[in-house]
Every structure is written in structure tokens, then in C-alpha cells.
Design a protein around this ligand. Structure first.
Ligand code: MRU
Length: 345
């Protein structure tokens, strides 16, 4: 039931990443041995998806500690790493978790703190896989036996340390022998749906069709979709969710037609310090992502571009947020506070 590929692993002091920019045409693995190389890989989207970014960053902190015995240089490398992509909170969540280990073991000497950092990075990766399996089991409860599901962007094994969040729920339902059908949005401009989700759906043998993003509204209006299930890059304390551009529009259509709409995230994606979605930093990416498709120019030279990578869905548009500690339903603010206190919802 597990994937035939491992998109992120650490071996022989190197982080080995499946280069997601080249999928599905080529399966190329990159071996990275410095924090800066991992930072660049995160920025360039060799590795992407909030939990995968967090796991990669954890190994990057270990690599920085190996490279920089001086605490000032080490901290500077970690600060720089933390700015690689601003929206997914998992990046800085993982860095902070690694730094806490560094400061706990620093006085015990270099050998001890390096060993502790590597163990922590492995733990972050392993926990993410186990978390996703738990999320899959919990989320499976909202999937009907004959459900038609619409998903957006890529939330599978490629976007996490393994198995996936929203796609992990979909796979769990499929392996539970549910008669599901999946529509995958292509997800312009980076085509995570067309290139990555379609690839993962086909790998798993899940009945599915790829659609242009703009086809989703008609499918929803015509009653062809039982539920929408997708990921999240940062959840605010009131339940507003930042996720891949296009999520907000989908949520509005689902609300208009009464279609259940779920975001699926590990608790590490909840930013308890941010009161609502207006405070979530939204990454803007380069114009070329819009003016070109791969290397083909599709817009006139010199055309101005606005290219936010994410948008914010207000909690009022969500049916629920599926996590490893249960499904958070309204009132979101109160129930997210219960999660912060360590409770199961
Ligand atoms: O720009 P990306 O590809 O990193 O965006 C990814 C998403 O928006 C995902 O939906 C999100 O990170 C959740 S991945 C489990």
C-alpha cells in the first residue's frame, strides 16, 4: 500500500530529493549536502508541499550545524533558510523545533548536539508519515462508499514525508475498497495537480480524471461532486486556511451549492500565533510562472503579472479541518484552542 518511490530521504550525510520540477517526464534524484542547497531546493520547488518543506528544512538545519561550528554562522544559515518560502508555517515550525534541540544539547559538545539534531530530523520525518496515516484513517470517515471527490494542488506522498494529507485520505478510502472517483484540478500555474497528483493517482490505480481548474465550478453546480478535500499551508487560530491559489474560489462555489469542503492538515500546519487569515504572509512568485508554460511564452513580452502562490479561505466556508487529533468543526476558534491545549477534538 505504500508508494513505489521515496521523495525525501537522508542517506550518507546527504538529503536525497526527487526533483518535483521534472515530474512526470523525468524521475531525477538530487543529492544535497549543504543547508544552502536545501534552501535553494525549497525556493525553486524541487521539494514543495508544507509538510515536505518542513522535513527538508529539518535536515537542512542539521547540515548547517555540521558546516558551521560557530553559532553566529549557524543561526544566520537557519534565518536565511526560514525565508525560503513564507506561507507554509511548517518551514519555521521545523526550524524552531530543531533549534530547541540545538540549544538543549549545545553545552554537551559538538558530537552530542550533532547526533541529537540528526535524530530530531529523522523524528520529524517519521512522525509526519505516521501522522498522515492517522489523518488518513480519521478522514476516511467523511468519504462515502461511492463518493466522487474533487481535489486541488498536490497533497500526496510528494508533498509530505510520505503517504500524504488530503491525498492520503483519498488513498485510505480507496484501499478501504470504497468505490471512489477523483477529479484533480490541474492547478495553474505550476500544475501540481496535472504533473504530481495525476502521477500519484495513476501510481495508486485510483479511478480519476484531470480537469482544467475552471471546470470545477460546473461539476460542483451540476451535482457531480460529493465533497472537496484538499490541503493547507497555514491555518490561523480562527480556522482561516491559506492554501494553494484557487482554494478560496472553490470554497465559495462549494458553499453556494452546499457541497462539503474539507482542509486536511497535520497540527504542525496550525499557526496558533496568528489570529486570522489576514495575517498570513502570501508568497508572490516570479512573473515567468504565468507568462510561460514550461519554456513556451504564452503572454506578450513585457506584460505585467500578479502571481500570488496561495489564497486564504475564510473558516466560514469550511465544513471541517481534518487533523491527526480529530476533525475540527465549527466553532473553529474554540476547537482550535482545544487542539492547542493538547486535547483531541
Ligand atoms: O506551492 P506548493 O506546491 O508548495 O503548495 C502546496 C499546497 O498548497 C498544498 O496544498 C499544501 O502545502 C498541503 S501539502 C500536504
Amino acid at each position: 500500500m505504500d508508494e513505489s518511490f521515496i521523495a525525501l530521504q537522508f542517506k550518507d550525510e546527504q538529503l536525497i530529493l526527487l526533483d518535483q520540477r521534472l515530474l512526470p517526464a523525468q524521475e531525477v534524484y538530487l543529492s544535497l549536502s549543504t543547508c544552502k542547497e536545501v534552501e535553494d531546493a525549497i525556493r525553486d520547488m524541487v521539494v514543495r508541499g508544507a509538510p515536505a518543506i518542513g522535513a527538508a528544512a529539518a535536515y537542512a538545519v542539521y547540515l548547517a550545524a555540521c558546516q558551521f561550528p560557530d553559532t553566529v554562522d549557524f543561526s544566520a544559515a537557519c534565518d536565511q533558510l526560514g525565508r525560503a518560502r513564507p506561507t507554509a508555517v511548517n518551514l519555521n515550525w521545523a526550524i524552531q523545533r530543531m533549534l530547541a534541540v540545538f540549544f538543549r544539547y549545545e553545552k554537551e559538545g559538538r558530537t552530542t548536539y550533532l547526533a541529537a539534531l540528526l535524530a530530531e530530523a529523522h523524528a520529524i520525518r517519521e512522525e509526519d508519515i505516521q501522522t498522515n496515516k492517522t489523518i488518513g484513517r480519521i478522514g476516511n470517515s467523511v468519504i462515502g462508499r461511492n463518493a466522487t471527490i474533487l481535489t486541488h494542488c498536490n497533497t500526496g506522498a510528494l508533498a509530505t514525508a510520505g503517504w500524504g494529507t488530503a491525498l492520503g485520505v483519498i488513498k485510505t478510502a480507496f484501499y478501504d475498497k470504497k468505490n471512489i472517483f477523483v477529479y484533480a484540478d490541474e492547478t495553474r500555474p505550476r500544475f501540481q495537480g496535472a504533473r504530481l497528483t495525476a502521477w500519484e493517482l495513476m501510481e495508486a490505480g485510483i479511478p480519476s480524471k484531470l480537469i482544467a481548474d475552471s471546470a470545477a465550478a460546473t461539476l460542483i453546480r451540476d451535482g457531480k461532486i460529493d465533497l472537496v478535500i484538499l490541503g493547507g499551508d497555514r491555518v490561523a487560530a480562527n480556522g482561516d486556511v491559506a492554501n494553494k491559489l484557487g482554494t478560496f474560489a472553490l470554497s465559495v462555489i462549494c458553499k453556494a451549492y452546499g457541497v462539503p469542503f474539507y482542509s486536511v492538515v497535520p497540527v504542525s500546519t496550525i499557526d496558533f500565533s496568528i489570529p486570522d487569515g489576514s495575517a498570513i504572509p502570501i508568497e508572490e512568485r516570479e512573473a515567468r510562472e504565468i507568462t510561460h508554460v514550461q519554456d513556451v511564452q504564452v503572454a506578450p513580452t513585457g506584460m505585467q503579472v500578479y502571481n500570488p502562490a496561495f489564497d486564504v479561505t475564510p473558516h466560514q466556508n469550511l465544513t471541517g479541518i481534518i487533523t491527526e487529533r480529530g476533525i475540527i468543526y465549527p466553532p473553529f476558534k474554540e476547537n482550535i484552542e482545544r487542539i492547542r491545549r493538547g486535547e483531541i477534538v
